[in-house]
Design a protein around this ligand. Structure first.
Ligand SMILES: *Cc1c(COP(=O)(O)O)cnc(C)c1O
Length: 394
């Protein structure tokens, strides 16, 4: 099999999704499965849907477009504010987008009118993490203007925490979001369908038994795919933390001194290394993977192996006393950042492993408000470009 490769175990992803869907539905929260770390893999999206996610979201319109082409029929949500230059593409392929700029929403409305569509808007509110969001004081005025636009429908409000400054979801900031929802409904006499409280950093809060107020949706990527909550990266009970693994291959294996010799200046990535403990001779190996394929700091090595450096194309490991044969495959556990880079590297193959159940989700398509039709999803309708992009091996 090709190396390096990311192996994606759909059965584990399905079980993780099912477990989160079951626990969160008990507290009235639906799940939007977020596929952005997987380059919008339709197979992962379909797995999440089969397991009970009710919407799919991605940060890139290219990924949304590809999933739409793959036949995904549930509402697709663009979770980064659309670029003005992407307005028509956004209304064409995404049913809903997360927004914080009126100028953009105007453009989306115009594009939707032209396309004879109605585009759903979720207004993002700034709750302190200082990434995207309308300041709470500006919300009422923004809503008033959105409600006057012909091509869009205000679906709800949302927030995103723990991304820029690590601000945690709390009883206070979540209660603020709930109370803003109530205010808007009361002031304008409307009802908001989606109150989207946040991402995988909201898991502990959502499962804490606390009053969740009006929050009825979370947008989850990391917790489903990595089995961890995103505040402290602790494993979530009964979830798999190894659904995605990374395999790389040994191309050099030698006994070498543990310390370099010669005058020390900068390395390929600008840093002088401080490996000052002399361990004598070590079995050192080089794997054919590097900075352009993966974030080396995001890899957990198997027992007995330690990563000691990485350049563009080489990952250098200390294997202790025992030399590894050339061609040996080493399996690492990659974190979010390592997978993100691996997924976008054309040099890393993506191998999707699943049991024999065909991936179809007609049940969910039946519940679609927009089409109302049942349609069997066929993942074999990917264009050649999409197949190349994902290097899908079955
Ligand atoms: C990435 C992202 C998510 C999902 O975050 P995870 O930590 O992967 O669950 C949700 N919402 C927005 C706006 C995002 O950008």
């Amino acid at each position: 099999m090709n190396t390096p490769r990311l192996e994606i175990d759909l059965t584990k992803i399905k079980q993780n999704t099912e477990s989160l869907v079951s626990r969160l539905s008990e507290v009235g929260i639906s799940i939007t499965g977020i596929t952005k770390v997987s380059l919008g893999s339709p197979e992962i999206a379909l797995t999440m849907l089969q397991a009970g996610a009710t919407m799919i979201g991605d940060s890139r319109i290219e990924n949304i477009e590809a999933m739409s082409h793959a036949g995904i029929q549930v509402p697709l949500m663009l979770i980064r504010s659309p670029m003005m230059s992407d307005a028509s593409r956004t209304v064409r392929y995404a049913d809903i987008s997360l927004n914080s700029e009126l100028e953009v929403i105007h453009k989306l409305s115009d594009a939707a009118v032209t396309a004879r569509k109605c585009h759903g808007i979720v207004l993002m509110i700034e709750l302190g993490d200082l990434r995207e969001g309308i300041m709470p004081a500006d919300l009422e005025n923004t809503v008033r203007q959105v409600l006057a636009l012909p091509g869009v429908k205000l679906k709800g409000i949302g927030a995103n925490l723990a991304c820029h400054n690590g601000v945690s979801p709390s009883a206070d900031n979540m209660a603020e979001l709930s109370s803003l929802a109530n205010d808007i409904e009361h002031t304008f006499g409307i009802s908001l369908e989606i109150i989207s409280g946040g991402n995988s950093a909201n898991i502990n809060w959502a499962l804490s038994g606390a009053d969740l107020g009006r929050i009825n949706n979370l947008r989850l990527g990391e917790s489903i795919l990595f089995g961890r909550e995103a505040l402290y990266r602790q494993p979530i009970e009964s979830l798999h933390t190894d659904a995605i693994t990374l395999i790389a291959e040994v191309i050099e294996s030698k006994i070498k001194p543990s310390l370099p010799w010669g005058e020390i200046a900068q390395t390929a990535f600008g840093m002088a290394k401080s490996s000052d403990i002399d361990k004598g001779s070590i079995a050192q190996a080089i794997l054919a993977i590097g900075q352009q394929d993966v974030d080396p700091t995001g890899l957990t090595s198997p027992t007995g192996i330690k990563i000691i450096g990485a350049s563009s194309d080489h990952l250098i490991i200390d294997c202790g006393r025992k030399s590894l044969p050339i061609g040996t495959e080493i399996r690492f556990l990659p974190n979010y950042s390592a997978v993100l880079r691996g997924m976008t590297s054309p040099f890393v193959s993506k191998v999707i492993k699943r049991d024999n159940t065909p991936i179809i989700a007609p049940r969910l398509c039946n519940t679609l408000p927009s089409t109302g039709r049942s349609k069997t999803i066929n993942v074999n309708v990917l264009t050649n470009r999409e197949k190349r992009l994902w290097s899908i091996t079955r």
